[in-house]
Design a binder for this molecule. Structure first.
Ligand SMILES: Cc1ncc(COP(=O)(O)O)c(C=O)c1O
Length: 271
């Protein structure tokens, strides 16, 4: 486990100092779930490779908002969920990426008929498909798959480059309003100004109540992460600039008036 800067995440120097020939696998999040820091995928993958390790990237907070070039950037493995910027909803299936040269070497620990070369042979033993399909196991969850299909068709129509261009402008607007309105009211920016993903983390001692107030009384679905982070994730496919503006304005007014402190401060399991 690498202890790194809480906002910026691990640098190539941090990783280079942590890996040695005993390390087989490096796991990193491309965009950090809390701070939104967006790591240099190519550079960090190269550091892992130089030390003789392979690298697995968690793309849960990237896919659907941030362009990814897994082959170009030397990624070995990647995984993520489909219920954030991919919009398929909780319970929709996760995904796995395995670089072509590793597909035959890596073993699937869950032996199921969908990964079997002759799926309907029903014979003895396990003879996996010699490509990425070996990582399938049993019947897919169809309702979740249908949600992924519909959600991805909308995203593909928009194009990830366009979504990313909009996302950068949305987060720029959050940071601009943070500087103008929220920093003077005791908020701290917990996201790097450069190299971030599609969300912005704002630190405030009463972030939990602020978050609940936004959800319960303003129809703004923000998120809280302990101890004091309010996450604003303006998904570029459906969030308008005016929505970001209005949200920041409401946060400003709430902090000035203190009215959000009426919200129940007892913590639920999920925010
Ligand atoms: C970094 C990261 N990885 C993965 C996931 C998805 O986890 P799961 O598929 O268990 O819901 C999340 C969800 O919040 C996440 O933040």
């Amino acid at each position: 486990l690498i202890e790194t800067d809480a906002v910026n995440g691990p640098s190539v120097y941090d990783l280079a100092a942590a890996v040695d020939p005993d390390v087989a696998l490096v796991c990193l999040s491309h965009v950090n779930y809390r701070s939104s820091s967006r790591l240099d995928m190519a550079a960090l993958s190269a550091v892992a490779h130089d030390a003789g390790a392979i690298i697995l990237w968690d793309l849960s907070h990237s896919a659907g908002a941030v362009p990814l070039h897994l082959d170009r950037d030397g990624v070995d493995l990647a995984a993520g969920c489909t219920y954030k910027y991919l919009n398929a909803g909780p319970g929709a299936p996760a995904y796995l990426y395995v670089a072509r040269q590793l597909q035959r070497q890596l073993q699937q620990p869950i032996w199921g008929w969908f990964g079997q070369r002759d799926q309907f042979g029903m014979g003895q033993g396990y003879d996996p498909v010699p490509d990425v399909r070996r990582f399938l196991s049993g019947s897919p969850p169809m309702l979740g798959m249908l949600a992924v299909e519909s959600a991805l068709s909308v995203l593909a129509g928009a194009g990830v480059e366009g979504l990313w261009a909009k996302s950068q402008r949305l987060t720029e607007l959050v940071i601009d309003r943070f500087d103008a309105w929220l920093a003077p009211l005791g908020c701290r920016l917990a996201t790097p100004r450069e190299n971030h993903g599609a969300h912005v983390a704002i630190g405030h001692p009463h972030a939990y109540q602020l978050c609940r107030w936004l959800i319960e009384q303003n129809l703004v679905v923000a998120d809280f992460r302990p101890p004091d982070i309010l996450r604003l994730g303006p998904a570029p496919i459906y969030t308008r600039f005016i929505d970001v503006w209005d949200t920041c304005e409401r946060i400003r007014d709430a902090l000035s008036s203190g009215n959000y402190l009426d919200v129940d401060a007892s913590r639920g399991r999920v925010t």
